[in-house]
Design a protein around this ligand. Sequence first.
Ligand code: NAP
Length: 250
Amino acid sequence: MSGKGTVLVTGASRGIGAACVRLLARDGYDVAINYARSADAAEQLVREVVAVGRKAIAVQADVGIEADVIRIFTKLDSEIPPLAGLVNNAGILFTKARLDEMGQDRINDTLRVNVTGSFMCAREAIRRMSTKYGGKGGAIVNLSSAAARIGSPNEFIDYAASKGAIDAMTLGLSKEVGAEGIRVNAVRPGLIHTGIHASSGQPDRVERLQQFVPMGRGGSAEEVAEAVVWLMSDAASYVTGALVDVAGGR
Ligand code: NAP
C-alpha cells in the first residue's frame, strides 16, 4: 500500500501520543516516534507500526532543546521522508502547587518544553512542508488543553498558561501559513486517562474530578487521537485555526 508520507508525533512513547501513532499507522501514514526517556516503549511501538505494514522510526530527543529538535528532523529527512504532518504532543506538568509556591526553574521548564518545543518543531516542519520552501503542504496539530480555558487554579497555572500560548500560536500560525498549503489546528483534551496526572502527584486525578465532567467520565487517549487524526487528514481539508475541545463537555 503506498503511503501518505510521514507524520512526526512528539512525546509518542506513551499516552495520547502513542494512541495517535497507532491511528495514523492505521490510516496509512508512516510515523516518526519521538520520546524523552521511554526507549523500550518507543521501540515496541515501532514494531506495532511495522506489523500493520507502515514504516516507523523512534528518535530520542528533548523537544525543549533546539539541537535535539534539529536532530529529529535530520533523521526523519534521511530515513523516512517526506514529512506530511506534525503532531506537537510532547508536554509536561509539575507537582500540584499554587503560583505563589512556584520557582523559576519549574516555570521555565514548563514553558521550554510545552511552548518553545512546539514552536521549534513547527518551524522545522514548515521549512519542509510549506510551498514557500518547495514543499507539498501538510498539517500541524497542536495538543493544547482544556486548562487553557479553565486556568488550573491551585494545581498548575504555569501549565495552563503554556497551553494558552499554544492556542495563540495555533491561531497566528494558521493565518501565517494558510496560503502555503499548511493547516494548523489544536485539540484541547479534558481529563484523559494517561500517566500525566501522576506527574502532578495526583495519579487518581481523573477519578476524583470526573464527577464535574458533564459526560460523567474521563476520556481515553484514543478518543483524543481520533480528533487529532481527523484534523491531520484530508477529511479536514477546509479546517484551519480551529481549537477542538475533546473534553466531555467540561
Ligand atoms: P504522558 O502520558 O505524560 O506522556 C508524555 C509523553 O511526552 C511521553 O511520551 C514522554 O516521553 C514525552 N515527553 C515528555 N517530555 C518530553 C520532552 N522534553 N521531549 C520529548 N518528549 C517528551 O502525557 P499525555 O497525557 O499523553 O499528554 C500528551 C499531551 O496532551 C500533552 O501535551 C498534554 O499537555 C496534553 N493533554 C493531556 C491531558 C490529559 O488529561 N492526559 C489533558 C489535556 C492536554 P517519555 O515516555 O520518554 O517520558
